[in-house]
Design a protein around this ligand. Structure first.
Ligand code: PEP
Ligand code: MG
Length: 553
């Protein structure tokens, strides 16, 4: 029997391939005086800067698209005359080329960070170039995502957004990370792009390059050096998944015919065609703030109306749930959140920020009502981060006053889940944002790597709250949707339906797997899974109990 490592699987996929590890970041070059002359060091620096610029440019040409522009800008950083002058000055004082490059880039980086905004965000790119030049000087592999000519399984601590932007998905068979939880950047990317992935595999970094592994996301297992039989079984399972995906089409439904409409999470109308092609039955979460993240002033009614109309036209005759601007914490909007806060996740965010700027909320609702009047989509509107019954009344009254007929709230805070019966007395529907609900239930910042293991929607405390909302939905006869990442985890999606969710909304790439998984189980089975998960003591136990029960079917 081969060795087996375990972690949290993302989705249901399975892949077999050879390991390629993400190189570790380079240590800071020591500040010991150079044994060479400044001129000799200058020549070394010049050659490595030029070679790095050429390599980056070459990668850009191969990647094409928007990655090409990003990489071209990075290549220019390695040729920047101010930086080269600064490196020269440091070399004249007797430093090594490695140290001079490191120091010059670091000081430029600090300058960018102090400028903030767009310039500040370029700091990571500059760090990447600096590491590449130092690696070239030291004759070691460049850090960052490896880029071989053959397919591979990428093993890393975790992936930063800058790494994932350049990942060549045609070569990455699977992702395995030692850190990160189910809502880490790696997990979100894996779901978005349908990459087989397992995160939080503690011993992953001990895997040597070239080792063959089987990555089975459904069981969360990494089988090291599989036997011929294990390999064949994995390949057969992969073929079965592919067949199930392509045969599960049409509306989302359980095995007994219970309909569970499957909807798309979108941040702009640009994704509409892709979502429809993947079988989205409507939109369950339109994140309107994504349209205006770069705006320094509030968008006008006309600007907004045009954006909403584009989306509604694409989903003519279908349900489209639009969320009012969710500003603050992980999604700051400069025109809504201007005062610095110690704890932005607990501050003036979501509906609280809108209420403090009511004209902006009124404009948004008016733009939506105007767009609805000119299209025939079924428009629902909801408020983010609602924590009281009184806030529910405020928002639903305002939406109706403006002429929107279906007004609901997101349940993202435990207080709303606990009082869901009263909230649903006013709201036409509830949509559970499991990303924030998990963050607030476990008191763990969803952006903070050090507490990422708490950010697991399988946690029975989170599921208990979902169950409260499900019960309230059944009692009041009102729909309860799920629109957090949890809905994109196929087995968890079945549990959520068992807890009373009536629709599921997710990134479009997750639709096929979730549709296939729902079709395997009846409502009775989903409710049984929900009970198993609720009686567990931890997220790991809950996932394990339901995985075992589902596998024995
Ligand atoms: C959520 O919190 O689960 C959610 C869907 O909203 P967002 O991820 O945009 O905060
Ligand atoms: Mg949220």
């Amino acid at each position: 029997m081969a060795d087996v490592l375990t972690g949290t699987g993302i989705g249901r996929g399975i892949a077999v391939g050879g390991v390629l590890r993400m190189p570790d970041p380079l240590p800071e070059p020591t500040d010991t005086p150079s044994a060479l002359t400044p001129d000799a060091e200058k020549e070394r620096a010049r050659a490595s800067l030029a070679a790095t610029a050429a390599i980056i440019r070459h990668r850009g040409e191969r990647a094409g698209g928007s990655a090409k522009d990003v990489l071209e800008a990075q290549a220019f950083m390695a040729e920047d005359p101010t930086l080269i002058d600064d490196i020269g000055t440091r070399l004249d004082s007797g430093k090594t080329a490695e140290r001079a490059v490191f120091e010059a880039f670091a000081s430029f980086r600090d300058l960018l960070v102090s400028m903030g905004g767009y310039m500040g965000e370029r700091a990571t790119d500059l760090d990447d170039v600096s590491q590449r030049v130092v690696a070239h000087l030291s004759g070691v592999p460049a850090p960052g995502v490896p880029d071989p000519e053959h397919p591979f399984v990428l093993v890393a601590r975790d992936l930063a957004p800058a790494d994932t932007a350049l990942l060549d998905l045609s070569k990455v068979l699977a992702l395995v990370t030692s850190d990160g939880g189910p809502t880490s950047h790696t997990a979100i990317l894996a779901r978005e792009k349908s990459i087989v992935a397992i995160v939080g595999v503690t011993d992953a970094l001990a895997l040597a390059d070239g080792t063959e592994i089987v990555v089975d996301a459904a069981t969360g297992t990494v089988t090291v050096a599989p036997s011929a039989e294990e390999r064949a079984a994995a390949e057969a399972k992969a073929a079965g998944i592919k067949a199930a995906r392509s045969s599960a089409t049409g509306p989302g439904a359980l095995a007994d015919g219970t309909l569970v409409p499957l909807l798309a999470n979108l941040g702009s109308a640009d994704g509409a065609a892709d979502a429809l092609e993947k079988g989205a039955e409507g939109v369950g979460l339109f994140r309107t703030e994504f349209l205006f993240l770069d705006s320094s002033s509030a968008p006008t009614v006309e600007e907004q109306k045009a954006q909403y109309k584009r989306l509604l036209e694409a989903f003519a005759g279908k349900k489209v749930v639009v969320r009012a601007l969710d500003a603050g914490a992980d999604k700051p909007l400069s025109f809504l959140n201007d005062a610095p806060e110690e704890n932005p996740a607990l501050g003036l965010r979501g509906l609280r920020a809108l209420r403090a700027n009511e004209p902006i909320l009124r404009d948004q609702l008016a733009a939506l009502a105007a767009a609805e009047a000119e299209t025939d989509a079924d428009v629902w509107v909801m408020a983010p981060m609602v924590s009281t019954v009184e806030e529910t009344r405020y928002f639903t009254a305002l939406a109706r006053e403006v002429g929107l007929k279906t007004a609901g709230v997101m349940v993202e805070v435990p207080s709303s889940a606990l009082l869901a019966d009263r909230i649903l007395a006013d709201a036409d529907f509830a949509s559970i944002g499991t990303n924030d609900l998990t963050q607030y239930t476990l008191a763990a910042d969803r952006l903070l790597g050090s507490v990422a293991s708490f950010q697991d929607p399988w946690h029975p405390a989170v599921l208990k709250l979902v169950g409260e909302v499900g019960k309230a939905g059944r009692a009041t006869g009102k729909p309860v949707g799920i629109c957090g990442e949890a809905a994109a985890d196929p087995l968890l999606a079945v549990v959520l339906v068992g807890l009373g969710a009536t629709t599921l909304s997710m990134s479009p790439s997750a639709l096929a797997d979730v549709r296939a998984e729902l079709s395997r189980f009846t409502l009775d089975e989903a409710q049984h899974f929900a009970e198993l998960a609720l009686s567990a003591n931890s997220a790991v136990e809950a996932r394990g109990a339901v995985t075992t029960a589902a596998a024995s079917k």
